[in-house]
Design a protein around this ligand. Structure first.
Ligand SMILES: [Zn+2]
Length: 155
């Protein structure tokens, strides 16, 4: 099958282990130390707050992937922004990323259809079970006054 419609630099079809980084960019793989590849992906986020609840899909940029092992590192700040945008209430907010959507798994003849309907389900790839450590600390530090590439103006 030739895939031209959805271009990702990493294989989104494999189950990966989730990690979260508070230091966007500049992270290496928490399992093998290789440099991570930045790519965007669409994720299913299940969010819940005291006043609202919902499950939604969001396109996440700033996700980092290892090409040597099944690892994905999410930018936790970006996820929280996404969740707050997608849900009205924000007190006691809880969220979980349910999976990464692999658009390449949609058969070509169904790609023009709406996804998420009965005969064209969203192709979600779920995650491998977490290990003990889920927060990644960056080895390379960015200077305090350097604007972070993925945070708008905040330090
Ligand atoms: Zn790795």
């Amino acid at each position: 099958m030739k895939i031209e419609d959805f271009k990702n630099r990493v294989d989104l079809s494999i189950r990966r282990r989730r990690y979260y980084s508070e230091d966007c960019g500049f992270v290496s793989c928490p399992e093998c130390g290789s440099p991570l590849i930045e790519d965007s992906c669409t994720v299913i986020i299940a969010a819940k707050s005291d006043t609202d609840e919902g499950e939604f899909m969001s396109n996440m940029t700033g996700s980092h992937f290892c090409n040597s092992c099944p690892v994905v590192v999410f930018d936790s700040e970006k996820i929280e922004e996404t969740v707050r945008y997608g849900i009205r209430g924000d007190s006691n907010l809880k969220y979980e990323i349910g999976g990464i959507v692999d658009f390449n798994a949609i058969p070509k003849e169904k790609r023009h259809l709406e996804i998420g309907v009965d005969d064209n389900p969203v192709p979600v790839v779920d995650f491998l079970p977490d290990l003990n450590t889920t927060t990644v600390k960056s080895e390379k530090k960015i200077g305090r006054n350097t604007p972070y590439p993925c945070r708008s103006g905040k330090k």
